[in-house]
Write a protein that binds this ligand. Structure first.
Ligand code: TYD
Length: 126
């Protein structure tokens, strides 16, 4: 399994850094929802689910964490540690987020509103 990594164009100059994210351009879908995970307690892992239809792109805009993706056959760990690099997480991908640094802010773009019925939370059913 080869996860799709998205490189955002850094638009910084000598004042600092800037990244612009546009639906259908840097993100390969229409963004319907944005959420962020921050101040994750030490040693906590999150996720433990897949989605039936949802597409998401996750970016550690501060700090770092690991995104472990499992398509049912292969498991790949994608280190997220750059505000200019995201990982695309499509449907049918079991994900676990771990190794959150204290300062990690994980920003996630999604192509649909929150819908509990789109979740698969039972690994055996997955
Ligand atoms: P959860 O799915 O457990 O987060 P993760 O899989 O990243 O560990 O979500 C935590 C809570 O937040 C849960 O009650 C559902 C709610 N939630 C929303 O209301 N909207 C959202 O967009 C997300 C991602 C979660």
């Amino acid at each position: 399994m080869n996860p799709t990594i998205i490189d955002f164009k850094p638009l910084g100059d000598d004042r600092g850094h800037l990244v612009a994210v546009e639906s259908g351009n840097s993100i390969p879908f229409d963004i319907q929802r944005v959420y962020y995970i921050y101040e994750t307690a030490e040693g906590v892992d999150r996720g433990f689910h897949a989605h039936k239809a949802l597409n998401q792109v996750a970016v550690a805009i501060s700090g770092s964490c690991d995104m472990v993706l499992d398509d049912g056959k292969d498991k790949v760990t994608v280190p997220l540690n750059s505000p200019t690099e995201g990982v695309l997480i499509g449907p049918g991908m079991w994900r676990v987020m771990s190794n959150f640094s204290k300062d990690c802010v994980l920003l996630v773009f999604a192509d649909a509103h929150y819908d509990e019925s789109d979740y698969i939370r039972d690994y055996d059913a997955f």
